[in-house]
Design a protein around this ligand. Sequence first.
Ligand code: PMP
Length: 360
Amino acid sequence: MKTVERLMPAYLRDLEPYDSPGAEEDKDGKIWVNANEYPTATVYEERFDTLNRYPEIQPKLFCRRYARYAGLEPEEVLVTRGADEGIELLIRTFCDPQTDTVLYPAPTYSMYRISSRTCGVRAEAVPSQDGWHVDIEALCDRLKDGKEGKGPAVKLVFFCQPNNPTGELFSEPTIRRLVECAGEDTLVAIDEAYIEFTPESTMVSLMKDYANVVIIRTLSKAFALAGLRCGLLLARREIIAALRKVIAPYPVPAPVGQIAAQALSDEGLALMRGRVETINQNRAYFVRRLQALGLSVYPSVTNFVLIALDEAPSVYRRLWQAGVAARDPGDGKTLRISIGTRAECEAIADQLQRIRGESL
Ligand code: PMP
């Protein structure tokens, strides 16, 4: 064992750093549809004349505007360094590495597993029966077993609505059932990173009925601010107060708070809704083109689509060679492609048509 590795706790030694293929590359010269970002940028005003001072502990104007947007009180909002920090903060605040388990369905967003692991907390996936649909009953059975001492007790459930990478959307009664199965000793964190593309599907109203519900949000998707690193946790004030005990001091850099507040102004919200409209139209066009090629596309209400492909890894490589950076979820059977501009959707559909033609 190498010396540095010996310095790390045993449970961290064989961890790989987070790597999104191509993340280090120059963004010119390729169509980037691998990270579910918005394809174009909006310009914001920044003020750098107060950077000698620490920022506000939480950016008040942004919190106020976000709370109004979400239909909540500012005390029910916590701003984090991307939703990714929110995920980790929930685990660090509520999970005891000695006793607690984090539960999530599979397939889903990988950071629930990775962050649990980096915190030394046991992580457990409940697989879907068909590799796609989340198995709610199996999640409920697992929660019940934990309560009856038939398995490690679950402290925190992550549930992505709509799900990444499948795009699956769940009904309110389904999620309500999960929250009720979890009961008051288990938190349910509903990750709504993509909710702006289907705003009527939000589960924020469950916070009123259940004390154990937390909502995860981000500005990285429909707000087109992935580079800002700004996410949010929404929860009842007792939960936000607990999270504030654990979060690092001054977690939101001053320029981040300023830009985020502009993104949540009336004008910023109108721009966001315009982007959603554009992406939803481009997705409809892209899905039509893919279906015309005989490809099977999972239904999506998000800014990405998951395509079922027999030769997914080879199609991924050929797209990459043709200048398209897609996402290979790693199951060998699917590719995930973010919805970009109309021209990008056309170019990718043309490339897939060419690849399909060559394969025949
Ligand atoms: N949750 C889901 C479901 C995501 O897909 C992502 C990013 N791809 C995140 C959270 C992280 O978002 P952020 O950029 O705010 O850290």
